[in-house]
Design a protein around this ligand. Structure first.
Ligand code: FPP
Length: 251
């Protein structure tokens, strides 16, 4: 059972106004390591602890969906050694964290060009996805080998095929149809994007899904990020007025 009271008792967090879907760009592992005179991979290893703490925090707070940007399609251009270690970390963490996912009733999902992953990573990922498929408290969605532009190109292709096969007419295309052809078709739109490391960009992450998301940039490298920082980001989000194009008076 997740203890959802702990964080509320001692914080300003409003449980009635939680973002449903939080997406995080976990940035700064390399710089964190460099600052300490270590190799970049040391930063990735320490980043796993931040991942664990953040997932636990999200479950405690009662967030419905947490998407973590673990590896972009552009990351395939990194040195092979770094890619190998990231893939190894992913596989070993999935194995190791399965009990945490089960204990906290967390369902694992993944988005991206997953067929590009090494076979071992695909197998491990699919096993954990399968073993957690009936969990309902939190969806942990990993973006791996992910590109938002590629996701949109795929959606265009699949919609076009349906038009050619007379399964869909051009007049039928609307926002829902596009949503339903994205990798995230079963997920709500993103309410809050968090990026660590001080960089202020989106880096090809969930471009369609963040159309009205609130953006939160924090000057911490990812390995130093903890559930308290997640909580602070949510408190900041809760102070904002989300107008969706309306005026304040209309809300
Ligand atoms: C960005 O830092 C981080 C990544 C590209 C990888 C994120 C991976 C992890 C935190 C570890 C494994 C993940 C899971 C889900 C178990 P960077 O390398 O771009 O850092 P820099 O910008 O300082 O170079």
């Amino acid at each position: 059972m997740v203890n959802t009271n702990i964080l509320q008792e001692k914080s300003l967090l409003n449980k009635e106004k939680l973002p449903q879907h939080i997406a995080i760009i976990m940035d700064g592992n390399g710089r964190w390591a460099k600052q300490k005179g270590k190799l970049r991979v040391f930063g990735h290893k320490k980043g796993v602890k931040a991942v664990r703490d953040t997932i636990e925090g999200a479950a405690e707070i009662g967030i419905k969906v947490l998407t973590l940007y673990a590896f972009s399609t552009e990351n395939w251009n990194r040195p092979k050694k770094e890619i190998d270690i990231l893939m190894h970390l992913l596989v070993s963490s999935l194995k190791k964290e399965l009990p945490l996912l089960q204990k906290n009733n967390i369902q694992l999902q993944a988005i991206g060009n997953l067929s590009q992953l090494p076979k071992k990573a695909q197998k491990e990922l699919n096993e954990v996805i399968d073993k957690t498929k009936n969990n309902t408290h939190l969806i942990l969605n990993l973006a791996i080998s992910y590109s938002a532009k590629e996701e949109i190109v795929n959606a265009f292709k699949n919609i076009s095929k349906k038009i050619v096969n007379n399964e869909l007419s051009i007049e039928d295309i609307n926002e829902n149809v596009i949503n339903n052809h994205l990798y995230t078709r079963n997920l709500p739109n993103v309410d809050l994007v968090i990026r660590t490391s001080g960089e202020k960009r989106i880096s090809n992450f969930l471009l369609w899904q963040i159309a009205y998301a609130e953006l939160y940039f924090i000057d911490l490298f990812w390995p130093d990020f903890r559930k308290k920082d997640l909580e602070n980001a949510i408190i900041d989000y809760q102070q904002r007025e989300r107008r969706f194009g309306k005026t304040s008076d209309q809300l």
